[in-house]
Design a protein around this ligand. Sequence first.
Ligand SMILES: Cc1cc2nc3c(=O)[nH]c(=O)nc-3n(C[C@H](O)[C@H](O)[C@H](O)COP(=O)(O)OP(=O)(O)OC[C@H]3O[C@@H](n4cnc5c(N)ncnc54)[C@H](O)[C@@H]3O)c2cc1C
Length: 403
Amino acid sequence: MELLIVGGGHASVALFERARAWQQRGVSVTLLSDHPYLYYSGMVPEYLGGVYSSDEVRIDLKGWCQQTGVTWHQGRAVRMDPTARTVTTAYGSTISYDVAVIDIGASNPPPPPGAKEALVSTKPMHKIERLEAWLRTLPERTSPQHLVVAGGGAAGTELGLNIQARIQRTAPRQCTVSVVEPADRLIPSFPEGASQQVANLFAEAGGRLYTGRRVQHRTPTHAVLNDGTRLPCTQLVWATGSVGSPFWQRTPFSCTDSGFVKVIDSLQIPSAPRVFAAGDCAAVGGYTDLPRIGVHAVKQGPLLADNVDRMLQHLQDGKPPERAYQSAGLRAFKPYSVAPLILSTGTASGLWRAGSIWWMRPAALRMKHLVDLRWMNRYRLPDENTWPAWQAAHARCAQDSAR
Ligand SMILES: Cc1cc2nc3c(=O)[nH]c(=O)nc-3n(C[C@H](O)[C@H](O)[C@H](O)COP(=O)(O)OP(=O)(O)OC[C@H]3O[C@@H](n4cnc5c(N)ncnc54)[C@H](O)[C@@H]3O)c2cc1C
C-alpha cells in the first residue's frame, strides 16, 4: 500500500506523526515537495523583521523524511491521473499511489507585465528567502533602495510593518517601504478601527501607504500604479491574495471559479475518494468562502491524519474506497466559526482579531510568540534538543518586543 503526500504544507505536516505507525502496518509513505523546507507563515513576517532566524521559522521536511523512513522526493507535481493513480513531476518522473494527499497551498494572482522575473512572490512561502537575502545587503548598499509591497491585506501589511521596523533599526536612510492596496484602507477584511491603528503605526514608522490603487506594471526603476503614480521600486513584493495552483488545471477534478479544488467535508475529492486535498488549495463543501489562512489549514491537520489512517485501513481490509466515508467513519471538517488571528506589527504590540472584536496590546504579541513557538516545536526533528532553543527564541522575542 502506497501513501503519497504532495506539498507538505501546514495541514499535512500532521501526517508525519503517524508515518512510522503506517510503515509498521506495511504502508510505504512518500513526500513529494518542491522545496526541502516548509516556512511557517505565522513567523515569516517577524523573520523578515529580524526577530527570528531561518531555522526557527521552517520545518525541515527532508530531515523529517530521513528520520521517519519516509521516501523524500524533491520536485514539482504538475499532473495527476486518478485512473492510473499517478502523479507526474515537472522532471517527468511518475509516482504511483493507493492513497494521495494534496496540500500544495495557493498561488498569488498573476503579476503585472514586466515584473514576473523581478518580484518576490509570497506563495509558495520559501520564495521569501530572496527577500531576506536582499534585506541583509541593505546596510552595505550605497544607492537608495525602495521596497514596494503590492497588496495591503493581512499578509502584505504584516510584511510591510515588520520590514519597515527592521529597516528603521538597521538601515534607516537606505530604503523606503511602500504598501499599495486596491481597497480604500489597509487590511479591508479587518474592522475599520483596527485598520486605522495599523495604518497609523505604519505611517509613524516612516512607511508610505497608497490605498485605492493597484500596481499595474513595472519598469526597471518604478512600480507604476493604475492612476499613473510612479513609485521608485528596486524590490517588488507580490502579496496580492490567493488563487488556486495551476496544478489543478492538469487534473480532471472540479474546481471553484478561483481555481481551488472542491472537496467534501472529509477532505476527499468526490470523484476520486482515494485523494484528499487540504489547506489553502481545497474548497471544502459548504465552506468554500473560508479565508485562505493557516489557522484553518492547521485545524485540518489532525482530522486529515485520522481520515487518511481510516482510508488506509479500509483499503487494507479489501473494501472499496467509495464506501469509506460511511463505513470507515471518516470525520467531517468544521472550521472555527470565528477564526482568531494575531498580527505582529513591528512594535511591542500585537493585533489580536476575531470577527469584529480586536485589540492591540503587548500581551497579544506575547501570546502570538507562545502559540507560534509551541506549534513549531512539535515539528522540530526528534533528535533536536528543542527546549533550550525554544527558551532562547522566546527570550529574544520578549527583548525585541520591549524595544
Ligand atoms: C506573509 C504571510 C503571512 C501569513 N501569516 C498568517 C498568519 O499569521 N496566520 C494564518 O493563519 N495564516 C497566515 N498566512 C496564510 C498561510 O500562509 C496559509 O494559509 C498556509 O500556508 C496554508 O497552508 P497549506 O497547508 O495550504 O500549504 P502551504 O503551507 O502553503 O504549503 C504548501 C507546500 O507545497 C509546496 N508546493 C506547492 N506547489 C507544489 C507542487 N506543485 N508540487 C509539490 N510541492 C508544491 C510548497 O513549496 C509548500 O511547501 C500568511 C500568508 C502569508 C503570505
